[in-house]
Design a protein around this ligand. Structure first.
Ligand SMILES: [Zn+2]
Length: 338
């Protein structure tokens, strides 16, 4: 397996701009732990390249990308003080105009306080997207399995909205790259414990990307406002979106069974390649979630993925118990036969 890595450490809200009274769980040590694991296992490791902004602009809104790139500097020029631009107000129902100031745009383009804009955020998000693009290109060149070790994660990022800990939707950008490279239909399996509302939004009206998500019930878990079973796509995309929410406390048996159900649905639509939004935050005790899977569950999921016989691009999403990440990744890859 080839692993593509990225430089992410400068984007560190926990060290540079913590929210008062709250830990910021999406820390650089996460990606470091995952990288050490694949390095120790002897996988080939390559740094990401730079394919420019065009493949990112295929999915993300131009004004949104401008804000992510320049918003922090503009905010400072406007008199903003401190290490992080966070919204003071949100563009929500009944309030949806887009003003020019960075302070105001923060509440338009950032859906949560957990996605602040730091001086280093754009570079890290851009490089993570490049990491995913390189992973897609490896698959296009004939690799059967590649791992884009992205940080920050991406699946909560919509066309023009950051959220969770996500800014650019790495998995979606990779899926589009695969399509543009001529693969034919792509499937995305997302078993990060949180519903990938960004990925769903990006492809909701399309039938060339089949999105399947297994996650904790959004009735009690972020992203709360999407991820329900009756969201199945619209227009041409009707039937190409499958949500499999699980009750709090679900253990390996229920979690793995739902992933198998999702894989059956994926196989029935005959995709040519599979992108996996790889999250380990369904693990019991994850500080951001409420399921109770174990490393053995991830091993079983890896084995189920190996059986479908498609080229697979792994794109890293969540997983916030840093000390459990090596065991979870090791078990998953062992199941996969990597
Ligand atoms: Zn997650």
């Amino acid at each position: 397996m080839i692993v593509v890595t990225t430089d992410h450490a400068a984007h560190d809200p926990d060290a540079g701009a913590p929210l008062e009274g709250r830990r910021y769980w999406e820390v650089p040590a996460r990606a470091d732990a995952l990288l050490q694991t694949v390095r120790a296992a002897g996988h080939q490791i390559v740094p990401h390249g730079d394919r420019g902004l065009d493949p990112i602009s295929r999915l993300h809104d131009a004004g949104y990308l401008r804000f992510l790139k320049d918003g922090f500097a503009t905010w400072r020029q406007e008199g903003g003080v401190g290490p992080a631009l966070r919204p003071g107000a949100f563009a929500v129902r009944h309030l949806d105009r887009l003003p020019r100031s960075a302070t105001a745009q923060a509440g338009y383009y950032l859906a949560t306080l957990s996605a602040p804009l730091l001086a280093a955020t754009w570079r890290a998000a851009y490089d993570a997207a490049q990491t995913a693009l390189d992973g897609a290109d490896l698959i296009l060149q004939g690799e059967r399995l590649a791992y884009a070790l992205c940080r920050p994660p991406g699946h909560h990022a919509c066309t023009d909205l950051a959220g969770g800990f996500c800014y650019l939707n790495n998995a979606a950008i990779a899926a589009q790259r695969l399509l543009d490279g001529g693969t034919g239909p792509v499937a995305i399996l997302d078993f990060d414990v949180h519903h990938g509302n960004g990925t769903q939004q990006i492809f909701y009206e399309r039938d060339d990307v089949h999105y399947v998500s297994v996650h904790g019930d959004p009735a009690t878990l972020y992203p709360f406002y999407a991820g329900y079973a009756d969201e199945t796509g619209t227009g041409r995309g009707l039937g190409a979106n499958l949500n499999l929410p699980l009750p709090p406390g679900t253990r390996d048996d229920g979690f793995v069974a739902a992933v198998r159900t999702g894989l059956d649905a994926i196989v029935s639509r005959r995709p040519t390649v599979l992108v996996v939004s790889l999250g380990f935050d369904a693990h019991e005790g994850d500080p951001t979630a409420n399921l109770a899977a174990s490393s053995e569950g991830f091993r079983a999921i890896g084995a189920a993925l190996a059986q479908i016989g498609l080229p697979i691009l792994l794109v890293q999403e969540g997983g916030y118990i840093v000390e459990k990440l090596p065991a979870n990744l090791t078990a998953f890859l062992a199941g996969l036969g990597a």
